[in-house]
Design a protein around this ligand. Structure first.
Ligand code: UD1
Length: 417
């Protein structure tokens, strides 16, 4: 397992270009399963989760060809309607194959995702929705098996807002018989991006960007060429990198309107930014103020930015209060940050971050993708050498992070183990 050796502190200065959103690329790749035509996806990030999804498509029977940030998918012969455990356990988003497969082929077998470092993360709502549409679902030997003759449109209300749940059912409904209405749907930009891609493939979807999606099933979908939206979480992560190192960054090819809640909190913390349509200029030289925020579904503050903001708040002048309302047990990074000199107290789903605290290099272990990012951010501001272990989590979702940060003035070495 690779590690990072980071020597800090540093001041990041320069320009950085944001790649496509992993969480939009994964459902877009699952949507490929809905057609026999060729699909071309542009602005694809070069990250491990995308690689893993490509391997699943290959096992199912698709050729995946990649050139730069463009990926082409073409159906060979569909041979195995199964997403196997070895791949699913490394990437929960594999569950996104379930809806498209059962809808188009009448059968799907996807491994149950299993344990996860950030809480239980069940998929019960995905399954209940598919059952409502007529699928028969069983769990056998650790696999979800879904069968149907043809899915039927249905009226379904998500008990809780779920991003991949909404995406799974939207894809399933696209080829179902009749009308499906999904209430309390997720409105994350990645859900809307998928809906736009499906429309481009011939799907009939109304209400994108609202909590009620109405999908009229069609007999078949055709190929398309679709650009993936820029990654709002990567954008937010690099903004924090600029702020925590008191640097000066121009973040290019991003979609600031997708991260308004993050921009609002950064502004409240005293980070100075100039926001244009597709770029943000950050000057991080002023004093940092403490903030209070709660994670919530879009357009609220994203849980995927909670860990990074916690790192930044260790440097603010006062006590910050962070509440995590989406996932239980998503504060594992706090203990690692404490080991670097932070003072963070956790009480249930609330974290109090006492700042400012000088950070020192230490050996720390990453527990999940965004927690890893928070440790790298802290290391950039810490004095001395930090070893961040298990950075395979980072590679799942950040494209060549060390190269990008080094180009801005960081000192990060990948130690291959
Ligand atoms: C997606 C994102 C992830 C992000 C999360 C929340 C992808 C690939 N991943 O994950 O990066 O952190 O949204 O913004 O897009 N829940 C249930 N039953 C279900 C489904 C979800 O109880 O069947 C609960 C979850 O435990 C959690 C909440 O609903 O408490 C939201 O989870 P969900 O939006 O489904 O997260 P993911 O789609 O897995």
């Amino acid at each position: 397992m690779d590690h990072f050796r980071i020597v800090g502190p540093c001041r990041l200065v320069g320009r950085i270009r944001i790649s496509g959103a992993k969480n939009a690329a994964l459902p877009a790749m699952a949507a490929v399963l809905l057609t026999e035509d060729e699909v071309q996806l542009q602005n694809m990030p070069a990250v491990w989760d995308v690689e893993t999804m490509g391997r699943i498509l290959d096992i199912i029977g698709y050729d995946v060809a990649r050139e730069g940030d463009v990926a082409r998918f073409r159906q060979r012969r569909v041979q195995d309607l199964c997403a196997p455990y070895d791949l699913v356990r490394t990437m929960r988003a594999s569950i996104l194959c379930l809806g498209p497969l059962v809808s188009r082929f009448g059968y799907a077998k996807v491994s149950l995702p299993g344990g996860c470092a950030i809480g239980a993360r069940p998929v019960n709502l995905h399954l209940a929705g598919l059952e409502r549409m007529g699928a028969e679902i069983e769990v056998e030997h650790g696999y979800i098996i879904a069968r149907c003759r043809r899915l039927c449109g249905a009226d379904y209300t998500f008990e809780k807002v779920t991003v991949t749940g909404t995406e799974n059912l939207m894809m399933a409904a696209a080829l179902a018989d009749g009308r499906t209405t999904l209430h309390n749907s997720a409105v994350e930009p990645e859900v809307t991006d998928l809906g736009e891609m499906l429309r481009c493939m011939g799907a009939r979807i109304e209400g994108l960007g609202t909590r009620q999606l109405v999908i009229d099933g069609v007999k078949s979908l055709h190929g398309c060429c679709h650009p993936i939206i820029p990654d709002r979480i990567t954008t937010g992560t690099y903004l924090v990198a600029g702020a925590i190192t008191r640097g000066e960054l121009v973040i290019e090819n991003c979609r600031p309107s997708h991260l308004q809640a993050v921009l609002d909190i950064l502004a409240a913390a005293g980070v100075r930014m100039e926001v244009m349509e597709d770029r943000i200029t950050l000057t991080g030289n002023g004093p940092l103020r403490p903030v209070t925020f709660t994670t919530s579904p879009y357009p609220g503050f994203p849980t995927d930015m909670q860990a990074q903001l916690m790192s930044l708040m260790t440097q603010a002048d006062g006590t910050s209060c962070i509440r995590e309302s989406i996932f239980e047990n998503r504060f594992l990074h706090a203990m690692e940050l404490d080991r670097m000199g932070a003072k963070i107290r956790i009480d249930g789903n609330t974290a109090l971050v006492y700042g400012p605290r000088p950070l020192q290099g230490a050996t720390v272990t990453a527990s999940d993708l965004r927690a890893s990012a928070s440790l790298v951010l802290a290391a950039l501001a810490a004095k001395g050498e930090t070893i961040v272990r298990r950075i395979y989590h980072l590679d799942r979702g950040y494209e060549r992070m060390e190269e990008k940060l080094n180009a801005l003035g960081a000192t990060i070495e990948r130690i291959r183990a």
